[in-house]
Write a protein that binds this ligand. Structure first.
Ligand code: ADP
Ligand code: MG
Length: 277
């Protein structure tokens, strides 16, 4: 189409992080509201690689018809290498924000959220994409309570050779044991299982209100956290919390051995999800 970046007016900053700044923008002519992520090119080779990956995954996602992935309308590439990604605006913000604002999620709400994320993951995995950074701040929600996966900054397209410099990108806290220690936990089983582990931790966090490897209010010590992930038992809900189905669901996600973890398709038929539909 003939869309151009100059057709948009910036309204507010929606968020920013390592990957760039995201603005709420409006189209000057038709008044449509969108989210625009601006990523400046950076001579740092790690960032350049990350940018290339995000670009390629987004190109694939532009033709995506999944309602569970944040819709990406256009990728603008400026002559200086900077990138601008025009996306659908998710007016509820992140699940992280929702948790802080509305408090912890009930099980019926979580079953609904999990259903949507699992469908998004099933879609990505069937297109050979591992997200690698599933966590509350990369899951967006809108006022219709549609939950969608976003932020492909560290995703990986399967079938490429693993670049050791890139295997530690993402947020360590939600990383699966096999990403730290591939030999022990089945790192070459398939990469998709890593997203399932992150999903399990995310759902537990939304239920409990704190990150399951830490006590409420405890500050993360990265070395201790990595030890807990690799050498400790997987986190479980505290005694007496959660239904049998929910407890079983998180344990299917949080198997330390990658090959023991359920796939997105299998989890969609787990009683925690199927009974709620
Ligand atoms: P980063 O790589 O910096 O984490 P993200 O793509 O996750 O970049 O975007 C950063 C933040 O911007 C998100 O956590 C969220 O708060 C906000 N954001 C991103 N995309 C959208 C969107 N489509 N609609 C609303 N807010 C968004
Ligand atoms: Mg992000």
């Amino acid at each position: 189409s003939s869309l151009s970046l100059s057709d948009f007016t910036k309204l507010t900053v929606l968020g920013s992080g390592s990957g760039g700044t995201v603005y709420k923008v409006t189209h000057k002519q038709n008044g449509g509201v969108y989210a625009l992520k601006l990523i400046s090119s950076d001579p740092n080779p790690t960032h350049l690689r990350q940018l290339c990956r995000e670009k390629e995954i987004l190109r694939r996602m532009i033709s995506s018809d999944s309602p569970y992935i944040v819709r990406c309308h256009r990728v603008f590439e400026k002559s200086d290498g900077d990138l601008a990604i025009l996306m659908e605006h998710m007016d509820g913000g992140t699940l992280d924000h929702t948790l802080k604002k509305e408090g912890t999620f009930s099980e019926p709400l979580l079953a609904n959220v999990a259903y949507q994320i699992l469908n998004g993951l099933k879609y990505l995995h069937s297109h050979k994409i591992v997200h690698r950074d599933i966590k509350p701040s990369n899951l967006l929600v809108n006022s219709k309570w549609e939950v969608k996966i976003s932020d492909f900054g560290v995703g990986r397209i399967m079938g490429r050779t693993l670049d050791p410099c890139n295997s530690y990108v993402g947020t360590c806290a939600y990383m699966s044991p096999e990403r730290f220690d591939p030999d022990t936990y089945g790192g070459n089983y398939n990469g998709y299982a890593a997203d399932i582990w992150s999903l399990g931790l995310t759902l537990m966090e939304l239920y409990l209100g704190y990150f399951p490897f830490l006590l409420p209010g405890q500050r993360p010590d990265w070395a201790a956290l990595m030890c807990a992930i690799c050498f400790g038992d997987p986190p479980t809900l505290p005694e007496g919390r959660g239904s049998e189905d929910f407890r079983s669901f998180v344990s299917c996600c949080l198997q330390k051995e990658a090959a023991q973890r359920w796939s997105a398709a299998q989890l969609l038929s787990h009683p925690f999800i199927s009974k709620s539909r």
